[in-house]
Design a protein around this ligand. Structure first.
Ligand code: UDP
Length: 262
């Protein structure tokens, strides 16, 4: 049986990316949802894209969060490209948006409650309504959208704290790096949490508030371009993509250099 561990990983700009295939990843998710041992640690998942990798270079606190997480998946096509380029290995992309509904389905099958945290107030509730319509038996413990992304758990309304505490799975949609930092700082206050994941704009995608890129864009790795077209305000973030590529090229050069001198 696969153990949820941190051993098999590829490093991309200092961030460890897990080597699990999609099937292995979802198998581990189900295994953790079935595990009722209160001593089993929660699984903290980060879906890594190039912007996250660059952020980890300039933000030490975030770097530590990415070391503390349980599974870092390759979300952006840039990450799977980098692993192929640096280590000559193909890895599956596992995105937050694709995982969101799949994990909800497992929760329904295994009778585990979910909590939706983040995005705009009406969006989180609408996402919950859509999911409960689509997935028979899905139990939503609650939804909450903080006005301030840094709000600690203990400052949330009492009833929100209670319902979040009762959930097995918490989806956090505050955008990176806020969602991962929030998880890192507050996970210890969620005793029943088996799995927690930062999922960016996934509530917006499922409700149609943000349109997901057509499949042809997703398959060709140009989802970022489509999102830039829909949300031009993202241009500043996109400047990190060439920076990421440059860092990966430099890393490759140093790997080759080390091989030569070895
Ligand atoms: N968001 C939020 N509070 C804020 C800013 C953003 O809850 O102060 C939410 C936003 O509504 C969206 C999510 O964060 O649902 C992720 O946004 P983004 O597009 O940055 O994430 P990405 O999908 O690029 O990771």
């Amino acid at each position: 049986m696969l153990a949820i561990e941190k051993s098999n990983r590829y490093q991309v700009l200092g961030v460890n990316i897990s080597t699990y295939s999609k099937d292995e990843f979802f198998f581990l998710v189900q295994m953790r949802l079935k595990d009722d041992d209160e001593n089993s640690p929660p699984v903290f998942i980060v879906t890594v894209n190039p912007e996250i990798a660059i952020q980890s270079i300039i933000d030490n606190e975030f770097k530590e969060v990415l070391k503390a997480s349980t599974i870092n998946t390759a979300d952006g096509v840039g990450i799977s490209w980098a692993i192929n380029f640096l280590y000559n290995k193909q890895i599956d992309r596992i995105t937050g948006s694709d995982s969101f509904e799949a994990i909800c389905k497992y929760c329904a099958e295994l009778d585990q409650r979910v909590f939706l945290y983040g995005a705009a107030p009406s969006i989180a509730q609408k996402a919950a309504d859509i999911l409960t319509d689509r997935i028979e038996d899905l139990k939503v413990a609650g939804v909450y959208s903080p006005t301030d992304r840094g709000t600690p758990f203990e400052n949330l309304p009492e009833d929100t704290q209670d319902s979040m505490r009762s959930a097995s799975v918490v989806f956090v949609a505050l955008g990176a790096p806020y969602q991962e930092k929030w998880i890192h700082d507050n996970l210890g206050k969620l005793p029943n949490c088996k799995l927690i994941i930062g999922i960016g704009g996934s509530f917006d995608f499922i409700t149609g508030n943000f349109k997901r890129a057509p499949v042809v864009f997703r398959k060709s790795g140009l989802e970022w371009l489509y999102r830039l077209y829909l949300q031009p305000s993202r241009w500043r973030r996109m400047l990190r993509l060439p920076l990421f590529a440059l860092n990966v090229l430099l890393l490759k050069a140093s790997i080759l250099d080390n091989k030569k001198t070895a």
